[in-house]
Design a binder for this molecule. Structure first.
Ligand code: WT7
Length: 574
């Protein structure tokens, strides 16, 4: 433990305009940030206005807001362009009669049209629900049903995964693609956009009005709809400054898809609130494609995830040498523990410190981070955001001293804290069960310098390649397979992905364990739920360990897997 805590990476390029962490902490007031936004003068606000139109009015009309490319397209849009395109989409929605507070889902791969749709939806005051394009029918259905979405924007390829007849609230499907024919409930994105005006009225909102819903997984039940409000922009703007360190001339690239919270809070909100040029690269991950993206645009600030950095590391130092990455000046990571080895490698090959940041879908924005002004201790998530109080507490809410492991908790509130779990007040309250604290579900400890060290999840939630997967959702899908009697799902440690999904399965009468059956079951989950939720490893068992009340004991499965003692078995069936 000693060596681990002694390693330090000094500040190599301190931002000259930035005060030290300690100075910022002692003087920081979130209220100062609030003066940036419309509500300061009018009492009303709209995220899309603050992201785009505010800059148009402040002389940045012609600045490139979005650099988009994939294997087929290569485009640029200024803030003025995005203002007009989002106005058009807002008018398309107005024509359909969509109102403030209604839920609009966006289910498409990253293209400029995704961003026009998202911004336009915000302009009419709708609450946006972004969906990852890899979701299959049941994942899409659960989310649209729960939130009673009235409209969805999608592409012809994904249309078949929207079970319209089972979604009574869904009135409009807006389809972006050439071969779309408008019809009952089907709207052609391009032809409607072409007819719509470039001018639109903005729906002015209160700061506690809705902004976005991100569905995320817990250990039990269906995914939870984490609801965020306009007020979150304070945190997005401020962390964009002090964590991402965004300056007006930065070319910023966040590699996350907006289907995950990183792709909205830090792929849309933080960069555009700060007026930065934002790079979006469509298509699949490959090391040379990514390095080429940095080189092509001259990316200066780069936000990605440990699993990607590990894959880049795996691709070798020679791949790095084929590209000019000298534009990079600030690199960050989120989603899962950032291995010290990756930090050391980043220093060697990129000549950059990789700054780990910790937060969650529920927190809406970064909370514990390594700041550009601060020494990095490789393996630590860093320190709380100035203005935010984090602590390690026991199960009664008592704060624990340094090096004692416990619940990572945050003093409530902070500006981007979720405001509810859609349709599920009791789930919401669980997070706040200890007076005055938000209980994250992560375990961690703090060292004597106030740095936080992540230890693991307290519940059974799996983190595979930085994506949160609820074991219950996978188990539910597995038992829909005709051969599966019962299933228990755990995260199994994996050097590249952090964890992979492993399923323990008992078969129904008449089914034989075989390699083919494993593949069939894998495919069943992949096609029914999503690829990232499908179990890469399957083990057949005659019987699964269960409590007397019939609950599968994932803890025991995990102990089997890791050859650890199984612990207290007093509640086991037999
Ligand atoms: C969970 C939240 C917020 C963006 C991406 C994930 C894990 C997140 C770190 C980190 C170790 C991390 C935690 C957390 N996590 N960042 N820097 N070090 N673990 O959002 O899907 O809501 O997942 O991801 O376990 O609770 P999410």
């Amino acid at each position: 433990m000693e060596n681990l805590h002694q390693e330090r990476v000094a500040v190599t390029a301190v931002n000259p305009n930035m005060r030290s962490y300690e100075e910022t902490y002692s003087s920081f007031q979130f209220e100062e940030v609030e003066k940036q936004f419309s509500w300061y003068e009018t009492g009303k606000v709209n995220m899309a206005y603050e992201l785009i139109d505010r800059h148009v009015h402040n002389g940045l009309s012609d600045k490139i807001a979005l650099y988009y490319s994939d294997n087929a397209r290569d485009e640029q849009y200024t803030f003025a362009d995005l203002s007009k395109q989002s106005n058009r989409f807002a008018n398309v929605l107005r024509k359909l009669g969509i109102n403030k507070g209604e839920r609009i889902f966006i289910f498409m791969p990253r293209t400029p049209e995704l961003y026009f749709s998202l911004l336009g939806s915000l302009k009419v005051g709708a609450v946006v629900g972004p969906l990852f394009e890899a979701f299959m029918e049941s994942a899409v259905k659960d989310r649209l049903l729960d939130s009673e979405a009235v409209a969805i924007v999608t592409t012809p390829a994904l249309l078949g995964r929207i079970p319209r007849s089972e979604l009574p609230s869904l009135k409009h499907i807006i389809v972006f693609g050439d071969e779309v024919e408008a019809g009952e409930g089907i709207v052609n994105f391009s032809s409607e956009m072409a007819q719509a005006s470039e001018e639109a009225e903005i729906e002015w909102l209160g700061r506690e009005d809705g902004l976005i819903i991100h569905y995320t997984s817990g250990s039990t039940g269906k995914p939870k709809g984490v609801f965020h409000v306009q007020n979150a922009m304070i945190q997005h703007y401020y962390t964009g400054k002090v964590v991402l360190d965004l300056k007006s001339d930065d070319i910023y690239w966040c590699t996350a898809d907006p289907g995950w919270v990183t792709g909205t809070s830090y792929g849309i909100f933080a960069p555009w609130l700060n007026g930065a040029s934002n790079v979006i690269r469509g298509g699949r991950f490959s090391p040379s494609d990514w390095y080429n993206t940095i080189q092509k645009y001259g990316v200066t600030v780069w936000y990605s995830a440990p699993t990607a950095f590990r894959m880049l590391m795996g691709a070798g130092d020679d791949t790095v040498k084929q590209f000019d990455l000298s534009s990079l000046r600030h690199v960050l990571s989120v989603g899962e523990p950032l291995n010290p080895e990756v930090v050391r490698w980043g220093l060697k090959v990129y000549n950059q410190r990789i700054h780990d940041t910790w937060w969650m879908t529920e927190t809406g924005g970064q909370l514990i981070c390594n700041y550009p002004s601060m020494e990095i201790k490789p393996g630590s998530m860093g320190k709380p955001l100035p203005g935010v109080q984090a602590a390690i507490i026991d199960d009664s809410g008592n704060e624990l001293p340094p090096y004692r492991m416990g619940n990572l908790a945050i003093r409530t509130p902070w500006p981007s804290m979720m405001r509810k779990i859609w349709n599920n007040p009791s789930k919401y309250e669980e997070y706040f069960r200890l007076q005055g604290w938000y209980v994250s579900g992560d375990s961690a400890y703090q060292d004597e310098d106030g740095y936080f060290w992540f230890q693991g999840r307290i519940d059974d939630v799996i983190n595979t390649s930085g994506e949160r997967v609820g074991p219950f959702e996978v188990e539910s899908k597995l038992v829909e397979h005709p051969a599966v009697a019962e299933a228990g799902v755990i995260g199994k440690p994996d050097p590249m992905r952090g964890e992979i999904i492993k399923a323990f399965i008992s078969l129904r009468e008449g089914y034989e364990a075989s390699e083919e059956l494993k593949q069939d079951i894998y495919k069943f989950v992949k096609e029914g739920l999503s690829a990232h939720a499908a179990p890469r490893e399957i083990e057949f068992k005659d019987k699964l360990p269960k409590t007397r009340s019939g609950k599968i004991m994932r803890r025991v499965l995990k102990a089997w897997e890791l050859s650890l003692p199984t612990g207290d078995l007093s509640t086991i069936e037999d």
